[in-house]
Ligand binder design. Structure first.
Ligand code: MG
Length: 238
């Protein structure tokens, strides 16, 4: 008969053994689509399938020229970034995206796009599967913060970002009084936790006349020349 100590040892061994298939399971998650997350009550739906009506071309405000597919939109390379018509300041944002498999490309040329918060702060979209986390790899806050881990799936699978964003605050003299704050989950994994940032625009954000962080800004999706897809985006202003 097993005594209490033996039972504990057996239980610990079981956990260790159970840990092996769990790791394998975690790896296989990289080859599955993230489930579609319906917009909660109170959310504003920014993208549902291929309906681009909430978006315009960043440069001229004309209708967004991205490709409308079967339940998704896709970057139409060269047509430019798209932005929401509505402006936001503090919010929770859910984004579902899909990266093309581009074995011939590497680094920043491999399925690059981006989700810009308030039109200025980019959460990088990139095929970074298997890469160490960096500010310019998937989930990185470009030039600002390295992700805590790499939450990437393999390309050609649907992935998610869940972003909580609070814009920087300013006094009447225009000086920043509080840093902005951002948290990000990538495929459910926490990759940024309440990161503080000063008002700034990361590369390719909105042009100077729109750099006033005291004002709400659009959500911006980047055309970096690669056919990245988006299918379900919603936002809950806070
Ligand atoms: Mg990018």
């Amino acid at each position: 008969m097993l005594n209490r100590r033996d039972c504990l040892l057996a239980a610990a061994a079981g956990l260790l053994v159970a840990g092996v298939p769990r790791l394998a399971g975690a790896q296989s998650l990289a080859e599955t689509d993230a489930p579609k997350v319906p917009a909660p009550k109170g959310a504003t739906v920014l993208l549902n399938g291929s309906d681009l009506s909430a978006w315009v071309n960043r440069k001229d405000g004309q209708p967004a020229g991205w490709t409308r597919g079967d339940g998704w939109i896709e970057v139409n390379p060269g047509t430019g970034d798209i932005i929401t018509q509505e402006r936001f300041q503090d919010y929770r944002l859910h984004v579902e995206f899909w990266l093309p498999y581009m074995p011939e490309a590497s680094g920043q040329a491999r399925a690059n796009s981006g989700v810009y918060n308030q039109g200025r702060l980019e959460v990088q979209v990139l095929d970074s599967y298997g890469q160490p986390p960096r500010d310019n790899e998937a989930g990185g806050i470009y030039q600002v913060a390295v992700p805590l881990r790499n939450g990437s799936k393999k390309p050609a699978h649907w992935q998610t970002y869940d972003i909580v964003y609070r814009a920087p605050r300013f006094g009447p003299d225009g000086k920043q009084t509080e840093k902005g704050r951002i948290s990000v989950r990538h495929n459910g994994l926490v990759i940024h936790h309440n990161v503080a940032f000063d008002a700034r625009t990361t590369t390719s954000g909105l042009p100077p006349e729109n750099k006033d962080y005291s004002k709400p800004g659009p959500i911006l999706l980047q055309d970096h020349g690669n056919k990245v897809r988006y299918r379900n985006i919603w936002i809950v202003p806070m």
